[in-house]
Design a binder for this molecule. Structure first.
Ligand code: FAD
Length: 367
């Protein structure tokens, strides 16, 4: 039995803790806030899991493995916090995200459906699309109910003897020895020290990671007009429309209909950007990006914003780096929630010698 110390109780830290505990290791999680932490990237009503990934064939393939890992989570926690609506990418011009997705699906032989404009508008009667629009969808896909997942993982870990130290901020690490020092001056040392600190990594290890691309992103919860409430629930989650960078998550299990718009992100650290939002201007900016494609757009009612932070590298590749006994997981982008349980299992597999660190890092980078 080895000692595993984990910094951060987001989906990466919690999932790795679960995988480690299942292999009989002694696990301690150190979290600067409450557990789960509502300010972590892993905390929101839902996060999307979907196959459409443009030209990124590696990540597309990884989604199948991710679903298998989620099945193992549902078995352990005794609940399924996922609903499959399928996920659709909508093309407006040659070479856009959906077009690349279709090419990838064809290349790797992933089962999918292609829809013409009328077909999409039948599936999604709330949308109105330009001439020539078409879509590509794949199932399963849809909302992972993130808050419930992290809450149930914490319950499982507690029941299985994992030590969770909430409100315990790590101030310094020594990678060679696998040691983390916390605010009261005490330290915890692991045979493996997993550093899964999300957007706070540059703050924890400024000498190595001050140049990472940390972004604030805010998502909009919105009430649709009555006549479209049901269709928004049943329709596939939208991954993208053209190159617009907007995506949607359905109001299933009371989670609320949510709109996201990639260009809304802003490069700033959590300590500087905070978690408040300017509701009027931010909700308008996000909503206006969807407005051209919505029937009865004026009848939508913006409800609230959810602010989160992630590190998004221009390469769009996850970065796993091991030095001494410490393994840093970073560049989790707006993408890691879906892969959390799978990543946790692979990290512990690497620690136990089932693969090399090089192969783990290569796989995580989506090659
Ligand atoms: C707005 C938004 C939308 C997203 N949409 C999707 C999506 O649809 N699908 C998807 O798959 N992914 C999505 N993501 C990405 C996904 O949510 C993140 O990549 C994932 O949750 C990251 O998990 P994590 O455990 O690495 O980090 P986090 O969940 O941020 O957890 C890190 C934890 O470390 C703690 N910590 C930091 N520093 C210290 C310290 N010094 N001492 C102790 N504790 C510390 C923090 O308090 C935090 O709780 C989205 C992210 C955001 C922000």
């Amino acid at each position: 039995m080895a000692k595993i110390v984990i910094i951060g109780a987001g989906i990466v830290g919690l999932s790795t803790a679960r995988a480690a505990r299942q292999k009989g290791h002694e696990v301690t999680i150190l979290e600067q806030g409450p557990v789960p932490n509502p300010q972590s990237a892993s905390f929101d009503n839902h996060r999307l899991i979907r196959y459409p990934y443009a030209a990124a064939a590696g990540y597309t393939r990884m989604v199948t493995e991710a679903f298998a890992a989620w099945e193992r989570v549902w078995r352990d926690i005794g609940a399924v916090h996922f609903e499959s609506t399928g996920a659709i990418a909508i093309s407006l011009e040659p070479g856009d995200y959906a077009d690349k997705t279709r090419a990838t699906f064809r290349e790797i032989g992933l089962p999918h459906e292609e829809h013409d404009r009328a077909g999409i508008e039948t599936l999604c009667p709330h949308l109105t699309l330009p001439q020539g629009a078409w879509g590509v969808s794949a199932s399963p896909g849809g909302p992972l109910f993130a808050n419930r997942i992290v809450t149930d993982l914490v319950k499982w870990l507690t029941a299985h003897g994992v030590t969770i130290e909430a409100n315990t901020r790590v101030t310094r690490v020594d990678e060679a020895s696998g040691t983390a020092w916390v605010e009261d001056g005490s330290s915890r040392t692991g045979d493996l020290l997993l550093i899964a600190a999300g957007a706070w990594l540059p703050h924890l290890m400024p000498e190595k990671f001050s140049d990472l691309y940390v972004y604030r992103q805010a998502l909009l919860y919105v009430d649709p007009p009555k006549q479209y409430e049901e269709s928004w629930r049943k329709a596939p989650a939208i991954v993208v429309i053209g190159q617009q960078g907007g995506y949607t998550l359905p109001d299933l299990q009371g989670a609320g209909l949510k709109f996201g718009y990639s260009p809304h992100r802003r490069r700033i650290l959590p300590g500087d950007g905070g978690f408040a939002s300017d509701f009027a201007s931010e909700s308008k900016f996000i909503f206006d990006s969807f407005r051209p494609w919505l029937n009865d757009a004026d009848a939508y009612r913006p409800q609230r914003m959810q602010v989160g932070y992630y590190i998004l590298d221009p390469s769009r590749r996850f970065r796993f780096e091991k030095t001494g006994r410490a393994l840093v997981v970073t560049n989790c982008d707006g993408q890691m929630f879906k892969f959390g349980p799978l990543v946790g299992e692979r990290i512990i597999g690497m620690f136990e010698g089932h693969e090399t660190m090089d192969s783990l890092a290569h796989w995580a980078a989506g090659y």
